[in-house]
Design a protein around this ligand. Sequence first.
Ligand code: NAP
Length: 437
Amino acid sequence: MVISVAIIGSGPAGFYAADALLNTGLDIEIDILELLPTPFGLVRGGVAPDHQPTKGVARKFEKIGNDIRLQFFGNVNVGKDITIDDLRGMYDAVILAVGAPSDRKLTIPGADKDGVFGSAAFVGWYNGHPDFADIDPNLKINAAVVIGSGNVALDVARVLVRSPAGRARTDIPGYARTPLDASPITDVYILGRRGPAQAKFTNVELRELLDLTECVPIVDPADLAQAIPADLEGRDRRLAEKNIETFHAFAEMDPALASKRLHFRFFASPLEILGDTHVQGVRVERTRLEDGRAVGTGVVDDIPCGLIVSAIGYRADPIPGLPFDDKRGVIPNEQGRIDKGIYAVGWIMRGPEGVISSSRPDATDVAEHIMRDFQGGGSKPGRSALDKALAERGVRVVSFADWKRIDAAEAGRASAPAPRQKFTDVDDMIRHLDEDK
Ligand code: NAP
């Protein structure tokens, strides 16, 4: 009998898992359940809006979504509309592809002041994610600080310093583009608590800063003088070498060439957020490295700023009824298998690291587990049971055909050169679908 599979989450990990299963040749039926009416997870809500070619991977997922063996159930809240236990009763296999949606928490004093945002909220805001469309950061400021030296910090900083002409080619929603374009911001600081050799930036993303038209990246040449540690080997060493070469290129640029500056402050650990109720600055302590760890030197200084974005990594949320490794922030699993009938892929399975295609090997592993676990075929009803339960509970399911209508409307109402004008409110999306029959 056909094997029924429910995938929870329609980001890259979910779609790669579906693709791997569809390619096994198994007699299979797959349903992807998604909280939002829109698919593709981080491709839509996380990838920077000025990285449109990266967002183009959605076209591959679109093709997978068109397979007749697969159905998209958008606007379904797993945990509320239907539980994981319900799904396990209905489907032979349930795959968790729910990602790591929460911020790793910034715990220094003052982190709760107005004007301090986690990267999930800030990135979600400029990407039109319905959960963060209302955060309304004050951008009538001269300086901002981004904490963390990973690719998300680079994305945030770049969006802040990009020219209005550069932003016009993105799908940043109007509510964010207008204040970003009008912002008098001139200085953005990226804080790394360790050195340039330990930064997590990938080199392509770092070099991209050389192409900014209104902004010059600035780094203190003294921070580049430290030798790359001998124990940094292989890919990590090559990355550090390339990044330091790029930082040297930054150090040779003339800051007078542009109206904005992106400062890389290494060996700078945030100690405290300053200000009354609203952020007015951040106190940082100079660090030195001891066995690869940042250790404070007692030398402190203050960076005045009106906005702080903490981009220090993400965390998966525990799932009720399933074990959780709180230290690693993942569901304990063996190459994606939690138990027979329940599996995990992507960031909930291996932690919040890697680019979009990093989830592809997870998918292959899970497809193999499912092939082994269900050699005799499936036994559970799958889609018919889900359809019935959601209909009984009055859930307004958004199908893949519905999504395509949202997609077409977004593209149709964009003003060139913007690729789309996103819906940023779930009710607006549903209203559009109901009115546009
Ligand atoms: P990340 O790469 O893990 O970087 C997090 C940064 O935060 C590190 O520099 C870390 O420093 C720092 N940090 C952690 N805790 C801190 C604290 N308490 N105080 C100060 N700094 C702290 O995470 P991410 O930038 O969120 O990115 C997540 C994943 O998505 C990464 O694999 C990234 O490459 C990927 N991504 C890729 C792209 C792209 O390819 N264009 C774009 C966005 C994201 P330590 O190293 O000292 O801990």
